[in-house]
Each structure stands twice: as structure tokens, then as C-alpha cells.
Design a protein around this ligand. Structure first.
Ligand SMILES: Nc1ncnc2c1ncn2[C@@H]1O[C@H](COP(=O)(O)OP(=O)(O)O)[C@@H](O)[C@H]1O
Ligand SMILES: [Mg+2]
Length: 154
């Protein structure tokens, strides 16, 4: 395939860049409007893979309620497709958050629909983390313990 064709395929999947962080660019998608595409090209950072592995541990448990869902990942982790959240209103940030979440920069969190989540209440949005590539599950495990969240803005 020509470079141009690869480019077109990428542009079909990735529309506008809606965010970026230390290691990733984040795109909206016309063909997957309820998802974001996270592109991680820097060597030696494995945040897409950590998010994917984390999601696969927490999904189906009560802890999934705190995480934006991962849908697909490319074979080496450069491209991760995740549920798209909406920005929380000021009053939607919570004082206490699970001990395995950290990095309480407001833009690392969003609101996701309850449908399909455990325990799930239809019509309700949950505060979820959508940047959990550096979460504390290794350190703290899937605990019910909560800690105070000091929310900040960049
Ligand atoms: N699932 C998502 N839904 C909506 N916006 C997102 C999502 N994931 C990331 N973003 C946006 O992209 C930005 C960068 O993504 P993030 O996961 O924080 O990358 P990094 O780990 O490099 O900081 C976020 O601050 C947020 O604005
Ligand atoms: Mg971030």
C-alpha cells in the first residue's frame, strides 16, 4: 500500500486531536464517535498497555465503575481505543477517591454513562479516570480504601 493510503486509513480512524499529555496524543474519531484514539509513539513509556491491562483486571468487578473502558489495542500498544468521556461539571468531582487512583488533575477524569457498568444505574453518569497509565493498583491492589483527592488544574 502507498503511504497516502496508510495516511487515509489513519485519518478515517483519527479525526481531530482533542488532547495530549506526557506520552500520548488523543484523537476524536468520526467512525467511532463514542471513543477516543490514544496514540503513544514515545519509546519506553507503556501507558496504553498499562491502561489496557488495568481495564482487563477491573472489568466485570465493582472497580470498573472508576475507569473509562478500553475497547481495542493494536498489537504493540501504540494505538488504544477507549470510551470517550465528557468533562465533569465542577460539582461532579468527588472529595474521596479510590486509593489506587492518583494524578488528580481535573482533565485526567471525565464522566461516563452508567449503562454496562457494574453496579450501573441507567441514566446516571459516573466520575471515571481516563488517564490511568500510572495508577496505583500495583502498589495498593483492588482495595475498597479511599483517600482524599486534591484536585488541581494545569
Ligand atoms: N477517554 C477519554 N475521553 C475524553 N477525553 C480524553 C480521554 N482520554 C484522554 N482524553 C483527553 O486527552 C488528554 C490527554 O490524555 P491522557 O490520557 O491524559 O494522556 P497522558 O497520559 O499522555 O497525559 C486528557 O487530558 C483529556 O483531555
Ligand atoms: Mg494526562
Amino acid at each position: 500500500m502507498s503511504e497516502g493510503t496508510w495516511r487515509q486509513a489513519f485519518d478515517l480512524l483519527c479525526d481531530e486531536q482533542i488532547g495530549y499529555g506526557m506520552s500520548r496524543k488523543v484523537f476524536s474519531s468520526k467512525i467511532l464517535p463514542d471513543c477516543v484514539i490514544k496514540v503513544e509513539e514515545a519509546a519506553g513509556r507503556f501507558q496504553n498497555i498499562v491502561e489496557w491491562e488495568t481495564w482487563n483486571r477491573v472489568k466485570g468487578t465493582e472497580h470498573s465503575r472508576w475507569f473509562a473502558a478500553c475497547r481495542w489495542i493494536s498489537p504493540n500498544g501504540a494505538i488504544l481505543i477507549m470510551e470517550r468521556t465528557r468533562p465533569p461539571a465542577p460539582g461532579e468531582f468527588l472529595d474521596r477517591m479510590p486509593a489506587y487512583l492518583c494524578d488528580f488533575k481535573r482533565t485526567n477524569y471525565g464522566m461516563a454513562r452508567a449503562e454496562g457498568r457494574h453496579p450501573g444505574e441507567p441514566g446516571k453518569d459516573w466520575l471515571v479516570c481516563h488517564d490511568y497509565g500510572t495508577n496505583l493498583l500495583f502498589e495498593n491492589g483492588m482495595t475498597k480504601r479511599m483517600h482524599k483527592a486534591e484536585w488541581w488544574d494545569a
